[in-house]
Ligand binder design. Sequence first.
Ligand code: ATP
Ligand code: MG
Ligand code: ZN
Length: 156
Amino acid sequence: MTETDMKLRVTPIGNGTVIDHIPPGQALNVLRILGIDRTTEATISVLMNVSSRRSGKKDIVKVEDRELKEEEVNKISLIAPGATINIIRDQRVVEKYTVDMPDLIVGVVRCPNPSCISNTREPIKSQILVKSKNPVILRCVYCEQPIAEKIADYLI
Ligand SMILES: Nc1ncnc2c1ncn2[C@@H]1O[C@H](COP(=O)(O)OP(=O)(O)OP(=O)(O)O)[C@@H](O)[C@H]1O
Ligand SMILES: [Mg+2]
Ligand SMILES: [Zn+2]
């Protein structure tokens, strides 16, 4: 942890998960994708527009007393592809990995095609197929509509 974080920004957490290197402005979308909202009881710290040596500015999310599972956290790769996940135990980083884009993304982004069956009242969850990770090419499983639009605008 940096000196600045340690001394000024937030109290170190004993156990939990730090999501680091989130593009600036995306922290709230990260919370949304993770399903963290007012019903969540965990203590959450959100840092926005923190200066970063690597990228100028970044956002950080710290979730206390919860070790987020790789498959739940990978969903954020759509909006935060370079994010690093740090698992904290006894105030130390014991595990670190970069998010990996899943092959199929269920229930995270809406299909942009308004007449798609996944946008009707049918109890069908959106399913987006990742055709390619670099460049990112996404397609709706149901209607094959490509998703080229700004993904953050289509979050469920
Ligand atoms: N106990 C803690 N409580 C809260 N945040 C922590 C704690 N330990 C580390 N962090 C945060 O987790 C992130 C990763 O910590 P680490 O010490 O690995 O930093 P780093 O060496 O800069 O990592 P990276 O190379 O991934 O940028 C940083 O944002 C750091 O501030
Ligand atoms: Mg760092
Ligand atoms: Zn569709």
